[in-house]
Write a protein that binds this ligand. Structure first.
Ligand code: A3P
Ligand code: MG
Ligand code: MG
Length: 380
């Protein structure tokens, strides 16, 4: 923490612990023992259908069908005529998670001695994807982030706000980039069946509104977390371990032809892949490596628990402990800053590469994100 001496004096005179004004993201500062991270427990699931409607069930869960290691999938197939793309200009914020909380409140209560200071029994509610961004921050040099935080009935809700730079990028994607974003979803269609005994339907429509999400509870150091993340598919063997250990993450990446490409894959891509799956306790990733024309030339499985070994030969590579310690310290920083319990008050945490994390405070602004229906529901 970077303490401003004048603030320190002011607060200490009154006997209060001063809240730091910024947080460094330098990786070396976080090289210490791995923090406690409790095995994530799935406390529920939900689905979003082809029109992005919420269902408190697993109707969108799909089953993994082994493609073998040398398939030939053409990821470009269907882009023009069998693709329905989610409108990513629509900001859903935490709404789907909040819907899940409202529908499952008794479940959450029973697992905790509910005190009036923290109604849900957790310190943070957020998306897995937001935590992934926090984990990779000490190594990120390209894209900054904005996280809006409000405290409501003792719980801190954390919702991402799109940066100006991200909006400009989103609104100016090239035709090639637009098509390549489809490839990842097409790969999922080649691998996944809708029914436990079914086969993939490669002639079907790819609709990116559809999603199956797990809701997990865990603890990082002294931070109790409740978060949700999209899950691509599960092991179809009924003897497979219970969720989240039966889940499989699917990924695509450019084929690796040179030592330089392998090194870049380890240093940049595996960091993001590891962070995304480690958080919810998803144990393996099935990756399709594709050529320049979008044809998958090989398929490889990565076990999350083996990734840190795999990257150890890279010079000056990322470290899981740095990611987790930074995340833990950021959550402590948020706890020390966000003191007022008020769903209309937003603390906006901002970070740009090569800078410290800072924050600003906004009352009844464009950043307020907890909806009235949620506040009403929780008050009853
Ligand atoms: P790849 O994973 O093969 O890149 P996920 O892997 O998280 O399940 O996401 C599925 C696909 O959504 C990705 O496939 C990619 O095509 C697309 N995608 C994921 N995150 C994205 C992002 N931030 N921006 C654009 N597309 C994204
Ligand atoms: Mg996914
Ligand atoms: Mg995936």
């Amino acid at each position: 923490f970077n303490d401003d001496p004048s603030t320190q004096k002011r607060f200490r005179a009154g006997g209060e612990t001063p809240a730091p004004r910024s947080l460094s993201t330098r990786a070396q500062l976080y090289e210490r023992v791995f923090p406690q991270y409790r095995q994530p427990v799935e406390v529920g699931v939900f689905s979003l259908d082809s029109e992005r409607a919420f269902f408190n069930d697993s109707r969108q869960l799909r089953y993994y069908v082994d493609p073998g290691n040398k398939p030939s999938f053409n990821l470009r197939d269907g882009y023009r005529d069998r693709f329905i793309k989610r409108d990513d200009g629509v900001k859903e914020r935490l709404d789907h998670i909040l819907r899940w909380i409202v529908a499952n409140r008794p479940k959450l209560h029973s697992t905790h001695t509910s005190s009036s200071s923290c109604t849900l029994g957790v310190n943070f509610v957020t998306w897995r994807g937001h935590l992934t961004k926090l984990l990779t921050t000490p190594y990120e040099t390209q894209e900054g982030w904005l996280l809006a935080v409000s405290k409501f009935r003792g719980t801190l809700y954390m919702s991402e706000v799109e940066t100006e730079a991200a909006r400009v990028n989103r609104e100016n994607r090239t035709e090639r980039h637009e098509e390549m974003m489809y490839w990842g979803y097409k790969f999922e269609q080649y691998i996944c069946a809708d029914d436990v005994n079914g086969v993939p339907d490669r002639g079907g429509v790819v609709n990116t509104n559809e999603a199956f999400c797990t809701v997990v509870q865990t603890r990082l150091a002294d931070h109790k977390l409740l978060f949700s993340g999209e899950v691509d598919c599960r092991d179809k063997d009924p003897r497979a371990p219970p969720a989240p250990a039966c889940y499989v993450e699917l990924k695509t990446s450019a084929e690796i032809c040179t030592p330089k490409q392998r090194s870049n894959f380890h240093r940049y891509k595996l960091l993001k892949w590891w962070a995304q799956s480690f958080l919810p306790g998803v144990p393996r990733i099935v990756a399709g490596f594709r050529d320049h024309d979008g044809v998958v030339v090989s398929v490889e499985t990565f076990h999350i628990s083996k990734i840190s070994q795999l990257i150890k030969n890279e010079y000056n590579c990322w470290k899981p402990t740095v990611c987790m310690n930074f995340c833990s310290d950021f959550l402590s920083f948020v706890k020390s800053v966000v003191k007022e319990d008020n769903p209309r008050l937003v603390y906006l945490f901002a970070w740009e590469p090569h800078r410290d994390v800072t924050y600003t405070v906004h009352r009844d602004s464009q950043y307020t994100f907890l909806p009235d229906w949620y506040i009403k529901e929780m008050a009853s």
